[in-house]
Design a binder for this molecule. Structure first.
Ligand code: NAD
Length: 354
């Protein structure tokens, strides 16, 4: 894997960022790996600290440093880029979540718009080999044509979150064209797994079920999601990081934008009701829920929520073509890993070992 590179991962206390950092700490060689995050309290901060703690315990052949800071702090980013001269930047820090953007729009503008602009400016002033950044399947909004392809028009976001992610792709395109910055945007499709995000449905369902509460399944269960296991996402990011879009010159003598967008999703959407059925079985298997748990009595079918979309389904042919990779972890395997981790972390309280 990577050798002698200086790599910045923003959002490194987050779900995807911490898993990516873990993989690099284990597999990269002689690299300088800088994690960056403001550790905000959008969800339980102790989970972010736990992830950082896990990272600091890994024996590594690399230099690792975590810096606590905010993407909206332009002078801080500028000084970091000046100091480290990053070869690769992976921007995963963002205000995530669709529903929260309805009540807290400012957080999305600060982190996803101003923060991302600051990253682009820093890459402009301190050229990098590759900028990789997180976009989202939510950019497809209410598109009816499935599977969702990166060739499809995505001009109809149905949440502010989706609008900020689409804006990131547009801003990155302009910076790639103007300053010849190789950039790749990754549209992730509903990522889940151990050490995941408590604000996401599968995690929230689990928290409720163990308290004996009833879970609400939106759109009367008539929802399909392309659930993607965290290790598949990390594998996809690593492969993409290694291969920036090639710089080329156009007929006008100006650089063609070295710019790419890929979907990273399972390419196999599952019905939400099937998903929660497997989740409940795996939670019972992992002893998070009792053997005789009556799942039917704890679920309620309710209407669609604002900002939600009925289906997500990733066309991953471009990813397969360019990187010979396609996510392959089954829901059963992935939810088993999640349930076992949940048991260990929350039920046994083993917050210091994985
Ligand atoms: N998890 C998914 O299903 C999913 C799907 C599509 C896209 N994404 C995108 O992938 C990226 C990573 O998602 P995640 O699931 O790991 O989310 P996460 O919330 O666990 O991680 C994001 C991290 O960014 C940090 N952060 C937020 N704003 C910041 C700021 N202004 N400055 C510094 N740090 C900041 C947070 O503290 C958090 O630790 C995000 O950009 C998200 O929008 C995630």
């Amino acid at each position: 894997m990577f050798q002698n590179k200086t790599i910045l991962i923003t959002g490194s206390s987050g779900f995807i960022g911490s898993n990516l950092m873990k993989r690099l700490l284990i597999e990269a060689e002689n690299c300088t790996l800088i994690g960056f995050d403001n550790n905000n309290d959008y969800y339980d901060v102790s989970l972010k600290e736990y992830r950082l703690d896990q990272l600091s315990q890994i024996k590594t052949k690399n230099t690792y440093k975590f810096i606590k800071g905010d993407l909206a702090d332009k002078p801080l980013l500028e000084s970091l880029f000046r100091q480290y001269h990053f070869d690769i930047v992976v921007n995963l820090a963002a205000q995530a979540g669709v529903r929260y953007s309805i009540t807290n729009p400012d957080a999305y503008i600060n982190s996803n718009i101003i923060g991302f602009y600051n990253i682009l400016e820093a890459c402009r002033n301190h050229p990098v080999e590759h900028l990789v950044y997180a976009s989202s399947s939510s950019v497809y909004g209410g598109n009816k044509k499935i599977p969702f392809s990166t060739d499809d028009k995505v001009d109809n976001p149905v949440s502010l979150y989706a609008a900020t992610k689409k804006s990131n792709e547009l801003l990155a395109h302009a910076y790639s064209k103007l300053y010849n910055i190789p950039s790749t945007g990754l549209r992730f499709f509903t990522v889940y797994g151990p050490m995941g995000r408590p604000d996401m449905a599968y995690f929230g369902f689990t928290n409720k079920l163990i308290k004996g509460e009833t879970i609400e399944i939106f759109n009367y269960g008539n929802c399909k999601r392309d659930f993607t296991y965290i290790d598949d996402i990390v594998e996809g990011i690593v492969r993409v990081m290694e291969k920036p879009p090639i710089k080329k010159t156009g007929e006008d003598g100006l650089p063609l934008p070295p710019y790419k967008i890929y979907n990273i999703g399972n390419n196999n959407p599952e019905n939400l009701l099937d998903f929660v059925q497997i989740l409940s079985e795996e939670l019972i298997r992992a002893k998070v829920l009792p053997k005789d748990f009556d799942f039917e009595a704890h679920k309620k079918l309710v209407p669609m929520q604002p900002g939600d979309v009925p289906a997500t389904y990733a066309d991953t042919s471009e990813l397969e073509k360019d990187f010979e990779f396609k996510p392959s972890t089954s829901l059963r395997q992935g939810l088993r890993k999640f349930s076992e981790w949940y048991y260990d972390y929350y039920i046994l309280g083993n917050k210091n070992n994985e």
